[in-house]
Design a protein around this ligand. Structure first.
Ligand SMILES: [Zn+2]
Length: 588
């Protein structure tokens, strides 16, 4: 109690400070610099990690994204299903059954604060973590659930609609303030807001009514309990972007909806997903599955700036060609158009290069070169935010790769955590480049299976194409590779793992596939070996010292390859011819 009170005073100050600076940080992109590659300037040093403060708003942290915590939502806990019972009540027996299941499964219970700290600071939580939440302040919680939770020291959250506190009428009586204070003092139950009157559809109410519901209930709870109440559950899960913005402005730092799914896959920290208690088994198993299929949240490696070499050969039966070493510089065509990889390499004084990541319109003559996901290319030095809300939903979990001259980091994408420059800085403080790759295909030296890759990849990821990948070996040497044949992504993953990749990611593939080394084309998405691939809006230019081909086969591949620049104009010609042919055939 005393501890809470001191915290409250300190926290009021912090909250006041936080409010003055909580405007959006997404600035409009500046005009791209048309000059050559910009060297990373001396960037400001990162301030020390601030201490965790449950009342200060912070978005989802990229380092939280590898875990998958199950949050369950309960309502009343009754001795038996009587008159006025509803499907979302639990009987005591059902409640015990759920706790038994979690005990058998070796689950670990988190408090709301522990969940919040994990989500916004990236603090690790044990595998198999579970959070129990209860809505609507039922007397049945106090009478039937609390004695069990107390005896097992299991933490939980209770969301209270303040107009009903102490209301003993009807078949679902509510707890009194004295009971709520007792729960609060135990330290095991955290009380959260749930509005005053429990509107049937909060988001549809006029904004001033929503504000009154959210503020008055919060103030009353804080007055009664004597400490801040920063967490909330929207009644019936009803919230839209306006409600969420309001919730944030009123000092809530974590809020729950009723959309199902693991907490870390929520759209944001003010829209944390929960699952109804009747589906506890599915929800928990889904979280375990998803945690297994999402590689470790963040992988960071020191880049081994080794001499740039070429390798061509068979790896686990897969024909690959790859360049190893150097440090990549990502470039985007500053005119918003496309260029061949050879042109990018030449223009930016690289030794080698490969095609970059996915872009919106992959058609040969498509004009929309917008990149899929956020990115920052070094030649432009500007962080581009992906603002397509519908696309962003589909990008959750794909690998976001960021690097500087010495380190490279990867994390599964979350729009709240990584669709901003500040967010990516949390991943790698002084990053100079970043982009969203297509899929995470090799992790810890193991090829991921088709089903593992499919949890965060485009639907057509496994269609046979000439495929391209980017990644690194265990010594930190970066690798830029492509298949020599038309194959599936999961087959390429096996080849990449056999070639010694520790981590690898899918790059744009098919016609875009392109590897250029020392002025020659070593891999192309075209059917003809000698043609450079389709021009692309984004590429990786590899800088560093050139090494020698390491074996006879690789040397032969190099000697046989065609120049990467002299036939660029021919390719353009071929593309035009192809398009004309297609048009003609359509007319028929
Ligand atoms: Zn409710």
């Amino acid at each position: 109690m005393h501890r809470f009170f001191l915290q409250y005073v300190a926290i009021l100050f912090v909250v006041a400070m936080a409010f003055s600076g909580c405007t959006s940080k997404l600035s409009a992109p500046k005009q791209p610099d048309l000059n050559a590659v910009v060297k990373p300037a001396s960037l400001p040093t990162v301030p020390p990690e601030p201490a965790y403060d449950p009342t200060a708003f912070a978005p989802l942290h990229p380092r939280a994204l590898s875990s998958r915590v199950t949050v369950l939502m309960f309502h009343d806990v009754v001795t038996e299903r009587g008159k006025g019972g509803v499907y979302f009540d639990s009987t005591v027996d059902e409640f015990k059954e759920i706790l038994d299941f979690f005990e058998e499964q070796g689950a670990h219970y988190l408090s709301l604060k522990e969940l919040h700290e994990h989500l916004v600071t990236g603090k690790e939580v044990p595998e198999r973590s579970v959070v129990l939440t209860f809505d609507d302040n039922y007397q049945g919680f106090y009478d039937n659930a609390w004695p069990i939770l107390k005896s097992k020291s299991i933490p939980s959250g209770m969301f209270v609609h303040t107009d009903f506190v102490g209301n003993k009428s009807g078949s679902h009586p509510k707890m009194s303030w004295d009971q709520l204070k007792e729960l609060d003092k135990s330290g095991l139950v955290e009380i959260g807001g749930h509005t005053c009157s429990h509107p049937g559809d909060l988001k549809s109410l006029p904004i001033d009514v929503q504000e009154r519901e959210l503020t008055e209930s919060k103030s009353l709870l804080e007055e009664q309990l004597g400490h801040p109440v920063p967490f909330l559950a929207y009644p019936v899960g009803s919230a839209d972007s306006k409600t969420i913005e309001l919730t944030k402005s009123l000092g809530y730092t974590m809020a729950f909806t009723m959309k199902n799914g693991p907490a870390e896959e929520s759209p944001g920290v003010l829209e944390i997903q929960r699952t109804i208690q009747t589906k506890y088994r599915d929800a928990f198993e889904q979280s375990l599955d998803r945690a297994k299929n999402v590689p470790a949240a963040v992988v960071t490696t020191d880049i081994n700036n080794a001499p740039i070499t070429l390798t061509s050969g068979e790896f686990d039966g897969i024909s690959l060609v790859f360049v190893s070493g150097g440090v990549p510089v990502s470039v985007r065509d500053p005119d918003g158009g496309r260029k061949s990889v050879g042109t990018y390499v030449e223009k930016h004084s690289g030794m080698a290069g490969m095609n970059g990541t996915f872009f919106v319109n992959a058609a040969l003559r498509g004009t929309d070169n917008a990149m899929i996901g956020p990115f920052k290319s070094q030649n432009e030095g500007v962080f581009f935010v992906d603002r397509d809300a519908r696309r962003l939903e589909k990008l959750i979990g794909r690998p976001l790769i960021a690097w500087n001259e010495t380190q490279i980091s990867v994390a599964p994408f979350s729009s709240e955590a990584l669709n901003s420059e500040d967010g990516v800085r949390e991943l790698l403080p002084e990053f100079t480049d970043c982009f969203l790759a297509g899929a995470w295909i090799v992790h810890n030296g193991q090829a991921r299976s088709r089903s593992e890759i499919s949890t965060a990849a485009a639907g057509d990821f496994n269609d046979p194409r000439k495929r391209a990948f980017f990644g690194w070996k265990s010594d930190g040497t970066l690798v830029y590779g492509a298949t020599q044949n038309v194959i599936t992504t999961s087959a390429m993953a096996r080849g990449a793992a056999a070639a010694g990749l520790q981590e690898a990611f899918l790059m744009d593939s098919g016609f875009s596939t392109s590897i250029v080394f020392n002025g020659k084309i070593l891999a192309t998405g075209h059917s003809s070996e000698s043609l450079p691939s389709r021009e692309v809006p984004h590429a990786l230019v590899i800088k560093g010292e050139l090494g020698q081909p390491i074996d006879v086969e690789s040397k032969k591949a190099f000697d046989d390859a065609k120049s990467s620049t002299e036939i660029a104009s021919e390719t353009r010609g071929e593309e035009v011819v192809k398009t004309k042919k297609r048009r003609r055939s359509r007319r028929r």
